[in-house]
Ligand binder design. Structure first.
Ligand SMILES: [Zn+2]
Length: 282
């Protein structure tokens, strides 16, 4: 499928007042988004989660209470993800197929068994609005509009009033740029339709900080993309989660370069072609 598609995503909700504000803005523009929800918040605001789903958006797993998963024992990580999947299923009826680790911190090994266990694809981002940090609507808009391009996955948080304040102009600006905003799953399925995969070689093994360069060259680890996409749109698609041994034909080494085990490093290694440094969310 051709087209200037991108995904704007919202993390850390659902929030009792800000998420509904956002939903109205999205609905008015016919935009569908992916919401990476925190299990605890789903339990607190189940009606908001149901509204998100009812209005055509996608719900994904963002852990139970937002810890740095890459530093945790496997059992605890499994619990974080399973509890969240359970509450989403219980409250909305859907089972999430995507996850995003808080702070982008998730090891290669974790990605592998999360895929094997739940079929999760680990979704990161290439455009970081840094909305949680500056809390400035004008900056949110400026950052997003400056860096969003076809294939982008844009990171925002629907728990901050200032983020939602930024959205009418941000969304209108994205549409004015000619971008068509879809859910992450829709974005991935568009890329998947394009066979054969060329992303056999992953990011260079030179080190974590070089992963972005590798991604820019066309490898979003484990995700099948075409050369053309690698050259343009998909260079910014931060989809690092389909562990190769399970699905694709790409072996993942234990020491694969996309390993991210600390917030700051995770940002450096997972952001594909991103223009701004990632700072771990407090
Ligand atoms: Zn988060």
């Amino acid at each position: 499928m051709e087209g200037p598609y991108a995904a704007i995503t919202f993390d850390d909700g659902p929030h009792p007042t800000q998420t509904p504000r956002l939903l109205k803005m999205l609905k008015d523009r016919g935009i569908h988004s992916t919401f990476f929800m925190v299990g605890e918040c789903v339990a607190e605001n189940p009606e908001v989660a149901r509204q998100v789903l009812a209005e055509g958006h996608e719900i994904a797993n963002h852990s139970w209470n937002h810890p740095l998963l890459s530093k945790m024992a496997e059992g605890s990580v499994r619990d974080q993800l399973q509890r969240t999947a359970d509450v989403i299923k219980q409250e909305t009826g859907v089972t999430p197929t995507l996850m995003r680790p808080p702070y982008g911190g998730f090891t290669v090994n974790q990605r592998s068994w999360a895929y094997a266990t739940w079929g999760y694809r680990c979704i990161l981002w290439d455009v970081d609005s840094l909305d949680w940090q500056h809390r400035n609507p004008a900056k949110t808009k400026a950052i997003v509009l400056a860096h969003a391009r076809p294939g982008s996955i844009i990171l925002c948080h629907d728990i901050h009033k200032t983020t939602i304040d930024a959205m009418p102009a941000t969304l209108d600006g994205l549409l004015a740029k000619g971008l068509k905003l879809v859910t992450v799953s829709e974005l991935l399925s568009m890329n998947k339709e394009k066979a054969p995969a060329v992303a056999k070689e992953k990011a260079p093994a030179a080190g974590k900080d070089k992963a972005a360069a590798g991604s820019k060259a066309g490898a979003t680890a484990g995700h099948a993309i075409t050369a053309k996409e690698a050259a343009n749109a998909a260079t910014s698609l931060s989809e690092l989660g389909t562990p190769a041994p399970v699905k694709a034909d790409v072996p993942v080494k234990a020491d694969a370069p996309v390993k991210s085990d600390a917030p700051a490093k995770a940002g450096a290694s997972v952001k594909t072609g991103a223009p701004t440094p990632t700072v771990a969310k407090p």
